[in-house]
Every structure is written in C-alpha cells, then in structure tokens.
Ligand binder design. Structure first.
Ligand code: C2E
Ligand code: MG
Ligand code: MG
Ligand code: MG
Length: 287
C-alpha cells in the first residue's frame, strides 16, 4: 500500500513481540534523560521555493544520539512518545531549541521555521501557552513559525480542538498538513480546517514520474489545493525529474535529498549563504 510503515507499528500497546515491546519501553523511559543530557539535537532540511529557487523555509527534525545504540531514528521513538504525555515536553523542547538555533544563523533573510507536532499537542491547551511565551520571550515572529501535523494525526483530533489551530493562526503561525496522501482525509474535509499548507507525501512524488495514475492524481491535488488557497509542498524530491515535475504542476515548494539533506544547525547558516549549494536546482539558463 501507499502508506508506509514508519515504525508506527512499534507501539507498546500493540506489539506482539515481547522483546520488541521491552526495548520500546526501555527507550521510552530514557527520553526525559536524553533530552536533559544533550543526547537529542535538531537537524534542518531546507525547503525550496520553486519559482524563486531560493530556500524559504527549513524543517526541524529531531535526532537522538544514544550512548549505547548510536543514532536512533525518530521513526523509532516518536511514535512511542506520541502515545504518552511526554510528547508535550518533547514538543516544547523542540520548539525552544529550533528558535534558539535559528537565532545563531548568520543570514540576511531568515527562512520560515517548521516544527513537527503531534495530535496530542493539539488536544491540550499547553501548546498555545508555550508558543505564546516562546514568541514573547525570544522576539521570534509568529509568522516565521510553521507547525506540521500529519494528515493521520489531524483526523484523530476532534472537531472541538480545531479552534486551537485557529488560535495558533491568530498568532501568525502557519499550519501545515504533513504526509498528505497517506491517510484518508479528503480535500473536502481539509477545506473546512484552518490550515495553510499541504505537504504531499513522498510516496506520491516518487511514483509520479513513472506512474500515469499517480501523475494525474498529483496534478489534480495540486490544482484543488491551489483552488483552496493552500500552499503545496512536495516532499521526498530525490532527483531532477521529480523537481521538474513539481515545478511543471505548479507546486509552490519542494523538499528532498536532491535539494538538500537535513543539516546540523552549525552548517545551516553557511549552506544558506552559499549560492553554490543550490546551483543544481536552478532552472537551465538561470545563473
Ligand atoms: P516528516 O515530518 O514527514 O519528515 C520528513 C522525513 O523524510 C525526514 O525523516 C527526512 O529526513 C526524510 N526525507 C527528507 N527528504 C527525503 C528524501 O528525498 N528521500 C527520503 N527517502 N526521505 C527524505 P526523519 O528525520 O527520519 O523523520 C521521520 C519522521 O519523524 C518525520 O517525518 C516526522 O513525522 C517525525 N519527526 C521528526 N522529528 C520530529 C520532531 O521533532 N517532533 C515530532 N513530533 N516528530 C518528528
Ligand atoms: Mg514534517
Ligand atoms: Mg512528511
Ligand atoms: Mg512523517
């Protein structure tokens, strides 16, 4: 199927494998310590504007450098944390760190900062309070912050909580629907939500150059999304064909290894300042 198993099956409540279950609980129990002990850090993946061919945003992605297991992928621990109240602490930590890191980048034009949040963050008032304090404390402009929530997570959030999204938008914060196309949300449903950005899952993008049906579906989605005044971002762009296709279809932005890999905070400023870094994503004829 199109929906990929991103480790979400490693769920402490559903795992049939006792050993896997124990390892999961063991990892989960270590998250608070890892956050305090500096084992977690963020990397930043640039998002390219397909018209100007400049970086207009960066997505913060968490990394865990575990003393025993080495680099643990977020797909291995985020789904676990999302099942507990600990996701509030983790999301607050990510927001604080991302804003802090962004203030160390020596750049002229600051990109928008995108942070991934979970459905649980949208079902409690803590997030709003935290974001409001963070913006006030740091002077970071609300309209430079974007919060990404997956399509699947969003459908878990009850209607009553949609006003939290509206409140965040009231602070200028943009809301993006992540991994669109992997769940069952329709564009008719999304039309009613206070959201700004649709991030198309990489399974769509990667199939589209070769599969006619995927290509046509992608074209329709981009059309409808722009009719709904949503910005459309294509994820998982791994080669020039995918990039050109998204540009031809009228997608607004693109993200993927072909444009740039997620970079450590200390390398991002240099990347953004160096036009050479983006030379291969310029249109032929552009300088
Ligand atoms: P996501 O938010 O959809 O992030 C995109 C993922 O695709 C990232 O994986 C990124 O490294 C990867 N990626 C980017 N370009 C390409 C490409 O061209 N090809 C391929 N194959 N992959 C690409 P990562 O960093 O392993 O994160 C996986 C997921 O974990 C994220 O998916 C997000 O759902 C979650 N996650 C990561 N950081 C955080 C966080 O700070 N908080 C929360 N709640 N979730 C996070
Ligand atoms: Mg994301
Ligand atoms: Mg995604
Ligand atoms: Mg994802």
């Amino acid at each position: 199927g199109r929906a990929r198993d991103r480790g979400r099956r490693m769920d402490i409540h559903n795992s049939h494998d006792e050993q896997e279950r124990r390892h999961a609980l063991h990892l989960l129990a270590q998250v608070p310590r890892a956050l305090d002990a500096g084992e977690m850090y963020l990397v930043y993946q640039p998002e390219l504007d397909l018209r100007t061919r400049t970086v207009v945003g960066v997505e913060a992605l968490i990394r865990w450098n575990h003393p025993e297991y080495g680099l643990v992928s977020p797909d291995q621990f985020i789904p676990l944390v999302e099942g507990t109240a600990l996701i509030e602490d983790l999301t607050h930590w990510v927001l604080d760190r991302a804003v802090h890191d962004s203030q160390t980048w020596q750049i002229d034009t600051a990109p928008r900062l995108a942070v991934n949040i979970s459905s649980r963050n949208l079902m409690s008032p803590a997030l709003i309070g935290h974001v409001r304090d963070l913006l006030a404390r740091t002077g970071f402009p609300g309209d430079r912050l974007e919060l990404e929530v997956t399509e699947t997570a969003l459908t878990e959030v009850e209607h009553a909580h949609h006003e939290l999204l509206a409140e965040l938008r009231g602070m200028g914060v943009r809301i993006a629907i992540d991994d669109f196309g992997t769940g069952y949300a329709s564009l008719a449903y999304i039309r009613k939500l206070p959201v700004d950005v649709l991030k198309l899952d990489r399974s769509f993008i990667q199939a589209a150059p070769d599969q006619l049906k995927d290509h046509q579906m992608l074209r329709r989605i981009v059309q409808i999304a722009s009719d709904l005044q949503l910005k459309v971002v294509g994820e998982g762009v791994e080669d020039r064909r995918m990039l050109d296709l998204l540009a031809d279809l009228g997608c607004d932005q693109a993200q993927g290894y072909f444009i740039a890999r997620p970079l450590p905070s200390a390398e991002l400023g240099a990347f953004l300042n160096d036009a050479q870094g983006l030379s291969r994503v310029q249109r032929p004829g552009d300088s």
